[in-house]
Ligand binder design. Structure first.
Ligand code: B16
Ligand code: MG
Length: 217
């Protein structure tokens, strides 16, 4: 098989190590509301938009809030998150990412980013990757959050490729579903027991090369 025309990368948990920062910020809001919230609960928020994540935490605690209160909680969560990530540097890029992206570019595979995060521009700048991707689609540009396929379909469209020509890299259950619904192959980054719907799962991007891409199941 030949190489894909493009690879579309998720941001949080694939390119940068922000999963703990999101968890800490959500945990603060959940504690305030008296809602038990574990790392396993957090697994189901990965890739899900800020407001949908807050709604899920309220649902976990069977708590009802007005729209205004909901927006206030999401704003305060983001303030906590922004404070944590304000210290980000290029050292927060996950292992293997830079080398793998360079390998793709050197071999004519285009690279794009597809994230649910509205903080994408801030993060890409902080870690020095703001000029790396040919197309960036983030939470500011989509109507529907993952698991809806919109973010990846827009990424393919911006590059001018068909979904079948793109491979997605994702760390979230919702993100793997979004990629599959977009009609793209998906490589899960994380644990195979969690990301079982992906076509292949690797622990991180240092465990992948061009042959892996050529021989995707
Ligand atoms: P923000 P990704 C997602 O980013 C995160 O996984 C998820 O935890 C977060 O709630 C969502 O972005 C929205 O992020 O609050 O920064 O807009 O994994 O799709 O890159
Ligand atoms: Mg992610």
């Amino acid at each position: 098989m030949s190489l894909p025309k493009a690879c579309i990368f998720d941001l949080d948990g694939v390119i940068v190590d922000t999963v703990d920062a999101h968890y800490k910020a959500w945990k603060t809001m959940a504690d305030e509301l008296g809602v038990p919230f574990t790392m396993e609960d957090n697994e189901h928020l990965k890739g899900v938009s800020r407001v949908d994540s807050m709604s899920r935490i309220l649902a976990l605690g069977e708590i009802e809030k007005t729209e205004e209160e909901l927006m206030d909680y999401t704003r305060r969560k983001n303030d906590i998150y922004l404070e944590i990530i304000s210290k980000m540097t290029p050292d927060d890029i996950l292992v293997g990412v830079k080398d793998f992206i360079q390998l793709l570019i050197d071999n004519g595979v285009e690279v794009a980013l597809g994230s649910s995060s509205k903080n994408t521009p801030t993060i890409l700048k902080a870690v020095g990757l703001d000029k790396t991707f040919k197309a960036v689609v983030d939470g500011n540009q989509v109507t529907h959050s993952k698991p809806h396929p919109e973010v990846f379909l827009k990424g393919a469209e911006r590059l001018g490729f068909e979904p079948k020509d793109c491979v997605v890299f994702e760390d979230a259950i919702s993100g793997v579903e979004a990629a599959k619904r977009a009609g793209m192959k998906c490589i899960g980054v994380g644990e195979a027991e969690v990301l079982f719907d992906a076509d292949l799962v690797v622990p991180d991007l240092s465990n992948i090369n061009l042959d892996t891409l050529r021989h995707l199941p």
